[in-house]
Design a protein around this ligand. Structure first.
Ligand code: HPA
Length: 278
């Protein structure tokens, strides 16, 4: 299998052979948050396993499809399910879908995930607008030959999460009466949850929430000059912050429980983004 740009182009060409839909916003749905797809007027569905060279998720509860369609009139491409580094894919493979959406010329990428809360002021079920991230504990997805066709060798990461989009996320929450937190997300490799001491280390470094995705996706999107915003659903207290043992089904259950409000929030965000992009 070819790597790098050719591989992205092959995937892109396949998608373009199936649809000429032009999305304005790309959305990645995290664990337990996949029900959002029901809010969409779907025009075209493409399963990851039909796209040549595409990574396919092996995790239970992680569906794998692109949905093209409209949310209140806004053209959107939705990633229902993502692959993770812990599944054994290279970082380059993990971020291939994001590069594909960049080639589809989305203007904004909205990333969502379920995350463990590190900040002691966070409660399970809270939403956190991501204001910055720590990606230093996983390899950069930009290692290897630079895809010059997509972006620079040494891209700036000073403002990964677009400040004006963060304002849109805050304003939308306020209008909908949804309480939101704001904080720093750290990506750990997984698949194991962290130890309590690792969580204390992350806290000391300034992290507010921890998960196993997102920062690598945000970085390749920025590399390709796509504007990025992100929201975590705090699905559990991180290791050592509660007596509960951590397990994937509880994480999914909590994300599902907050599903309805989350769906309302995402729809509001898409509407507001749409007007802010016009
Ligand atoms: N740690 C890492 N990833 C996670 C967690 C966690 O506590 N919760 C949801 N994803």
């Amino acid at each position: 299998m070819s790597t790098g740009y050719e591989r992205v182009i092959k995937a892109y060409e396949y998608v373009r052979s199936q649809t000429d839909f032009q999305p304005k916003i790309g959305v990645v749905l995290g664990s337990g948050l996949g029900n959002y797809a029901k809010q969409m007027e779907v025009v075209q569905e493409i399963s990851y396993d039909e796209i040549p060279g595409f990574p396919v998720s092996t995790v239970e509860g992680h569906d794998g499809r692109f949905l093209f369609g409209y949310v209140s009139g806004t053209p959107v491409v939705l990633m229902k399910g993502r692959v993770h580094y812990y599944e054994g894919y290279s970082m380059e493979e993990v971020v291939l879908p994001i590069r594909l959406m960049a080639l589809l010329q989305i203007q904004v990428l909205l990333l969502t995930n379920a995350a463990g809360g590190i900040n002691p002021n966070f409660r399970v079920g809270d939403f956190m607008i991501i204001k910055d991230h720590i990606s230093s504990f996983v390899p950069s997805p930009l290692i290897g030959r630079n895809l010059d066709e997509l972006g620079d060798r040494f891209p700036d990461m000073s403002h990964v999460y677009d400040p004006s989009l963060r304002e849109v996320l805050k304003a939308t929450a306020k209008e909908a009466g949804i309480e939101v937190q704001e904080g720093v997300y750290v990506q750990a490799s997984g698949p194991n949850y962290e130890t309590p001491v690792e969580i204390r280390m992350f806290a000391a470094l300034g992290a507010d929430a921890v998960g196993m995705s997102t920062t690598c996706e945000a970085m390749v999107a920025r590399h390709a000059k796509v504007r990025v915003c992100g929201i975590s659903c705090i699905s559990n207290a991180a290791a050592g912050l509660s007596d509960e043992e951590l397990c994937h089904s509880d994480v999914q259950e909590m994300a599902n429980k907050r599903g309805k409000i989350f769906e309302q929030y995402i729809s509001g965000i898409i509407q507001h983004l749409n007007t802010s992009l016009d």
